[in-house]
Design a protein around this ligand. Structure first.
Ligand code: RIB
Length: 292
């Protein structure tokens, strides 16, 4: 069983569905409102656990009822919460999501996720023992991402960096990561001075650009490869990227070849969009294998 550590955000998603996305200064009547578990880190942890990995989350929650719900959800999905410490007098992270016109718009309030600091990482060092892979995203402080990249480099653990939400990164972090998985928009911000093809060639078998329903592009050392997505009827695309990242990490940590790992991850991501909520459609290992 692959052992995966996820360092990142845990949130509650407050989701409204509406047939129309309001413009600036506009009010529209929506159809529904739901609260569901989310946060890129938590989503990746839950997805990896459903795919059969032994997962430990390194994160923070608030001392509110959302924090309790987040912890219960981790336990329900068999994600270890030994390194998810509540922060006193602080709210849990929230994501405010509008699902409209076939896509989502999201505003994230980091709140307790801001307390996943380099100091907290130092306190949680025991979590990394025996890990096959560490995953990280960018809904936690920037200096924590740098710090974790150094920890992984020092301990010789491969780091999968999902650079979402988008921001530029220091060269050191890019060098320390084993795998980097931006979408097209994030890739443009990360490698603003390069075309996508130039960036892929610079980082063979390391940079994987996710292109939504088109597929995933990377350079295998000889040529550029596009591994196509599986076409499905999408209900909610929230969390598809997180499912891709988790499934990719699980497959790589199990020693699967890269192209096979991308195919496995594409399959998992395609299943994840067929149900409502970031974690609602995240498949089990059996569900993915049945489709392969
Ligand atoms: O990647 C999807 C996630 O991003 C949502 O669950 C939401 O929490 C936002 O952070």
């Amino acid at each position: 069983m692959a052992k995966i550590i996820v360092v990142g955000s845990s949130s509650i998603d407050l989701v409204v569905t509406s047939s129309k996305r309001p413009g600036a200064g506009e009010t529209v009547l929506g159809e529904s409102f739901k609260t569901v578990p989310g946060g890129k880190g938590a989503n990746q942890a839950v997805a990896a656990a459903r795919l059969g990995a032994d997962v430990t989350m390194v994160g923070r929650v608030g001392d509110d009822h959302f924090g309790e719900a987040i912890l219960n959800n981790f336990k329900f999905n068999q994600v270890s919460t030994d390194y998810v410490e509540p922060v006193t007098h602080m709210e849990s992270g929230t994501a405010h999501i509008v699902l409209a016109e076939g896509d989502n718009s999201i505003v994230v309030i980091k709140a307790a996720n801001n307390e996943v600091t380099p100091g907290y990482i130092e306190q949680s060092m025991d979590a990394y023992s025996g890990a096959d892979m560490v995953m990280i995203q960018q809904e936690i402080p920037e200096d924590t991402v740098t710090h974790v990249s150094r920890v992984c480099q020092k301990l010789g653990i491969p780091l999968l960096l999902n650079p979402a939400p988008a921001r530029s990164l220091e060269d050191e972090v890019i060098e320390n990561a084993a795998y980097i998985t931006p979408n097209e928009h994030e890739a443009e911000i990360l490698f603003s001075h390069l075309s996508v093809s130039e960036a892929l060639r610079k980082y063979p078998n390391k940079l994987f650009v996710t292109e939504g329903s088109k597929g995933v592009r990377y350079y295998d050392g000889e040529s550029e490869v596009l591994v196509p997505s599986y076409q499905v009827e999408a209900v909610d695309t929230t969390g598809a990227g997180d499912t891709f990242n988790a499934a990719f990490a699980v497959a790589l940590a199990e020693g699967k070849p890269i192209v096979e790992s991308v195919r496995f991850a594409n399959r998992a991501a395609s299943l994840s969009v067929t149900k409502f909520g970031a974690q609602g459609g995240m498949p089990t290992r059996q569900e993915v294998e049945a489709q392969m």
